[in-house]
Write a protein that binds this ligand. Structure first.
Ligand code: MD3
Ligand code: FE
Length: 227
């Protein structure tokens, strides 16, 4: 385990090959119940190159009109999300150091060539809880910086089975996936990469409700009609 920055803990090869295979099998079941969807950027409607689904009581979604948000149902099927697999709940209990379980597990599916631009994860009301990341399949070049978009960045390679805990002073840091390394996926077909992130959305003493009034997307509060 390596502390890359305050609160940013890197656990290379946390999952063994059999552990990774078990996770992929459970993700296949989740995708059967909750098919991958293509999120769109708020306002512009531009498609993400990453496809997504979720498991847990809440899931992260994004579309042109509703913006980034958590909701209890799949945006296409309208069904509740499937449950978070036991292995991931166990992981959270072992390493998250937070008193309540995760509410959302976002499943990111990167086909060859997909990437994720620099962003920070701040749609969760409970930012005292860390985000836990599990990488499966193709390796990627991951970039992370500071609390401001223009802060200097560092890059690391994330491999299949690696876990990253993003907490403490790093919880709201900018980060993104610059590219996948072709030919590195032996766990899944077609050079794909899967990333799982476990998230606590709601403070343990609250109930889930509409997002707090500090929007993470500039312009999110400018949708009210001009009278
Ligand atoms: C944050 N996913 O879904 S997660 C996301 O690999 C997302 O799919 C990425 O960002 C993915 O919101 C990365 C893990 C991660 C790793 C290192 C970080 C997040 C980090 C370092 C600093 C800040
Ligand atoms: Fe993120």
């Amino acid at each position: 385990m390596i502390e890359l920055a305050p609160g940013l803990i890197y656990r290379p090869a946390h999952f063994s090959r059999p552990g990774q295979e078990e996770l992929v099998a459970t993700i296949r079941d989740i995708v059967r119940a909750a098919p991958l969807f293509t999120p769109r950027m708020p306002r512009t409607g531009k498609e993400f190159s990453v496809r997504m689904t979720n498991c847990g009581p809440l899931g992260w979604v994004s579309d042109r009109d509703g913006g980034y948000r958590y909701q209890p149902t799949h945006p296409v099927t309208g069904e509740p999300w499937p449950a978070i697999p036991r292995a991931l709940l166990d992981l959270w209990r072992e390493i998250a150091d937070f008193e309540a379980p995760p509410e959302a597990c976002l499943v990111n599916f990167y086909a060859s060539g997909a990437r994720m631009g620099l962003h920070c994860d701040s749609d969760e009301r409970e930012v005292r809880a860390p985000v836990l990341s599990v990488s499966l399949g193709a390796a990627c070049l991951f970039r992370y910086g500071g609390l401001k978009r223009n802060d200097p960045t560092k890059s690391i390679r994330l491999d299949s089975g690696d876990v990253v805990v993003i907490g403490g002073g790093s919880r709201l840091c900018y980060h993104g996936v610059d590219r996948l390394y072709p030919g590195t996926a032996t766990l899944v077909a077609n050079d794909a990469r899967i990333n799982l992130t476990l998230r606590r959305v709601t403070p343990p003493d609250q109930v889930f409700g509409p997002p707090r009034e500090t929007p993470t997307f500039a312009g999110r509060n400018t949708r009210s009609p001009i009278v």
